[in-house]
Design a binder for this molecule. Structure first.
Ligand SMILES: [Zn+2]
Length: 128
């Protein structure tokens, strides 16, 4: 069995997701003055009308602190995750692979297949 050299190199370890505590939510809500940063409208402090978003993407920074949380509407949150965070996370994963690939032969394998383009909404390459 051969060992994939990409699997052996050191990488940033993102800690497991930790749900925010009630105190962290209260702090984040107070810091935001109860305003959803994504749409600028008031958001309730708890219940089904609010979700807590990671301002800097947790999947990249690993930052789970209250300072990195902000209250947002579930609808605003879903839109941000789909349009910003998911494509950004995919890009980060590609960049990580590129930095781990030392020689050009490995880099060239990461180019998109011919005749395809990247579909951001689906998060993968598609044929036109
Ligand atoms: Zn909102």
């Amino acid at each position: 069995m051969t060992v994939n050299p990409l699997m052996t190199r050191e990488r940033v370890v993102i800690p497991p997701r930790k749900p925010p505590t009630k105190a962290e939510k209260i702090k984040a809500w107070n810091d935001a003055n109860g305003i959803c940063e994504l749409c600028g409208k008031p958001v309730p402090p708890a219940g089904e009308g609010v979700e807590y978003d990671h301002r800097e993407m947790r999947g990249i920074t690993g930052d789970d602190s209250a300072d990195n949380l902000r209250p947002v509407h579930p609808a605003c949150h879903g839109e941000k995750t789909a349009k910003h965070d998911a494509p950004r996370m995919a890009k980060a994963k590609r960049q990580e692979k590129l930095t781990q690939a030392k020689d050009k032969s490995k880099r060239s394998r990461l180019r998109p297949p011919p005749g395809t383009r990247y579909d951001w909404s689906r998060g993968r390459y598609v044929r036109d």
